[in-house]
Design a protein around this ligand. Structure first.
Ligand code: ADP
Ligand code: MG
Length: 648
């Protein structure tokens, strides 16, 4: 017959209790042949379960050798031990150890998932086994809906799922009443007759008498080993495991992990949702901020490009944000005239800015008042839709004529009256409306009512001053911008007696400034959003750790039926990733909802969602799941099967 199926030599198992070392099993020698039915008997606490756990490779001996079919288990890796449990052993526990969230069929199927049996035949075999054990009408019942005897039969079916060549039953009748216990023993006897090797632990003499060999154990030592029946020859079982191909097996197991994750999430909906909340808020803020930043940038850039790229604006001071600029009074209308003489100048307009409250009949509207030249509308890319613009004569005469923009039109003439010819009061100065302009007036005043007057009118009749806020030049189309800038600088420096008390900006520099400031802002807020994502990820890790410790028993059961460490790792990792992935998707949806609501109520806000930011958001939430789920998942996969099983 060759090597015995099970052979134990000089086996010793010690437990450490604080400083004290207790030897629970001592000098155990035991040989079990294929096809035997053996009862291990002894009083409570004598070490029967400890021996059983070692035989089942759930636990390891402290010293001595244990060989299964000639192979020393001490030399086997954790994965090889899992394979042994999966392919050769079938466990039956006193307390059944079924997974409460799975129905009977799913519980029975479990060992075959880890051995890679194809899903269809797996289910078929589980149903066959349950039907054979008289549970054909209880297939989709959960353990809580089954009696003790029925649960024990489900666990027998599970033990047989992958063949159950060696059935290890630890007090299988211990939790059952007398009659059900007798039925259970009859079943085990039938399995024995079918050729299964059966090792049974009991403290009940009547139960032990069913076996053909009784090993008595007392205080960790074997004290008797006697045969009560004869070992009749019989056919031995063969494992029915049909393997799927490696490729579909991987998919099958990943799919199973996904199903288990969904089930686990569904079992704790509120907790799962609260965990997701961090991810949802993080992703929603990342996507929204990026969309908002891009949207406003695009809006501003669209306004700039409608002005055209060939304008140069000359302003007093040394650059943007020069706080002394307000005291510089050297930019004069004569500078504008001088520039207008140059060959590069297509058109030139001076600019004087002010604010005023405009009265029309009973309406009063606060407006930006800009004094400009007749070319202003051409320079800034605006069009006159009604009436006429000013002429050079208007400027020379300081005429009290005004062109209003459409914002001012709708504020002052809300009932659609014709504004042309109407007289507005700008403070004490009456002006007559001669035209309406539309187009881009960009910058801080873009939402305001704008009123344009000849710059001479604003300077002499309103402000009483002789210097300008800015001069804007439109450079002739065929002229080089850099050259024009150089000529303007040279000309004005000469006119200002050598002082460079002005600076130039063209629409490109404005665009660059806007782009870089809004990018800085987006980066800043995105950094805050990333922090909230990390916080969300830590929340995920926290909950996964709780989940692992809460489900230690489940992990133990899965390992007992042959799950590898990598299966457990995968299961918890998939769960963490799923939480983050679903949270990420919800976050994106939330961001779209925020965008839709904002655009309903705040017309000045434009959000521009980019596919890139959404893809990055989904990827990053998935990554968070992997990163923060890994640690709890790995600690779950490293659990010792026997410790995990013992956990309540
Ligand atoms: P039986 O199944 O025969 O009732 P066990 O094998 O469960 O006995 O336990 C035998 C002895 O070993 C008991 O005294 C028990 O307290 C001790 N024991 C079992 N497991 C552990 C452990 N993990 N740590 C410390 N002592 C243990
Ligand atoms: Mg026990």
């Amino acid at each position: 017959m060759g090597e015995p199926l099970i052979s134990v030599k000089d086996l010793r198992r010690e437990f450490r209790n604080g400083d004290e070392v207790v030897a629970v099993l001592k000098d155990i020698d035991l040989v079990i042949e294929r096809g035997e039915m053996l009862a291990i008997m002894g009083p409570s606490g004598s070490g029967k379960s400890t021996l059983m756990n070692i035989l089942g490779c759930l636990d390891r001996a402290t010293s001595g050798t244990y060989k299964v079919a000639g192979r020393d288990v001490a030399n086997m890796s954790a994965d090889e031990l899992a394979e042994l449990r999966r392919e050769h052993f079938g466990f039956i526990f006193q307390r059944y150890q079924l997974l409460p969230d799975l129905d009977a069929v799913q519980n029975v199927e479990m060992p075959a998932i880890y051995s890679g049996m194809e899903a269809g035949s797996r289910r078929k075999r589980a149903i066959e086994l349950l039907t054979r054990l008289g549970l054909g009408d209880r297939l989709d019942h959960r353990p809580s809906e089954l009696s003790g005897g029925q649960q024990q039969r489900v666990s027998i079916a599970r033990a047989l799922m992958n063949g159950g060549e060696i059935i290890l039953a630890d007090e299988p009748t211990g939790a059952l009443d007398k009659k059900t216990g007798e039925e259970m023993m009859k079943l085990l006897a039938e399995l024995h007759a079918d050729g299964h090797t059966i090792v049974l632990v009991t403290h009940d003499q009547n139960v032990a008498n069913q076996a053909e060999r009784i090993v008595e154990i007392s205080d960790g030592r074997i004290v008797a080993d006697r045969r009560t029946g004869d070992d009749t020859a019989r056919e031995l079982v063969e494992a029915p495991v049909r393997r799927a191909s490696r490729w579909t097996e991987g998919i099958d197991r990943a799919f199973e992990a996904l199903r288990m994750a969904v089930r686990a999430m569904g079992a704790h909906k509120l907790r799962t949702f609260l965990t997701m909340l961090g991810i949802i808020i993080g992703i929603a803020s990342v996507v929204s901020v990026v969309a908002l930043g891009q949207g406003s940038q695009q809006a501003v850039l669209a306004q700039i490009s409608s002005i055209g790229t060939n304008t140069i604006t000359i302003a007093p001071g040394s650059g943007f944000g020069d706080r002394t600029a307000g005291r510089i009074r050297t930019l004069l209308p004569t500078d504008a005239d001088a520039i207008a003489q140059q060959s590069f100048a297509d058109s030139v307009t001076p600019r004087v800015s002010s604010n005023a409250t405009v009265l029309y009949r009973s309406l009063s509207v606060s407006s930006s008042v800009t004094g400009v030249g007749p070319d202003y509308f051409r320079v800034s890319g605006m069009t006159i839709t009604e009436g006429v613009p000013f002429t050079q004569t208007s400027v020379t005469d300081r005429s009290q004529e005004a062109v209003i923009d459409t914002n001012a039109q709708s504020a002052l003439f809300p009932n659609g009256e014709d504004p042309i010819g109407q007289v507005l009061m700008l403070g004490k100065v009456p002006v007559r409306v001669i035209g309406v302009a539309t187009g881009s007036s960009f910058g801080p005043g873009s939402g305001n009512a704008n009123i344009y007057l000849p710059y001479t009118t604003v300077m002499d009749r309103m402000l009483g001053r002789n210097y300008l806020n800015a001069i804007t030049v439109r450079v002739a189309d065929d002229y080089d911008m850099d050259e024009a800038e150089a000529e303007i600088t040279a000309l004005l420096t000469r006119l200002h007696g050598g002082a460079t008390d002005f600076f130039l900006q063209n629409s490109n520099t404005i665009r660059d400034t806007i782009q870089s400031t809004s990018q800085t802002l987006t980066l800043l807020i995105a950094a805050i959003a990333v922090i909230s994502l990390v916080v969300g990820g830590i929340g995920v890790m926290n909950i996964m750790l709780v989940s692992v410790s809460e489900r230690t028993k489940e992990i133990g059961i899965r390992m007992a039926v042959g799950a590898r460490g990598s299966d457990i790792l995968q299961q918890f990792l998939v769960e963490a990733v799923l939480v983050c992935f679903v949270g990420g998707a919800a976050g994106i949806a939330l961001s779209f909802a925020i965008g839709a609501i904002l655009s309903q109520f705040v017309s000045t806000i434009t959000m521009s969602y980019s596919t890139l930011s959404i893809v990055v958001a989904v990827l990053s939430s998935t990554l968070i799941g992997v990163a923060f789920g890994f640690f709890p998942a790995r600690s779950a996969s490293k659990l010792d099967p026997v410790d995990a099983l013992a956990r309540e």
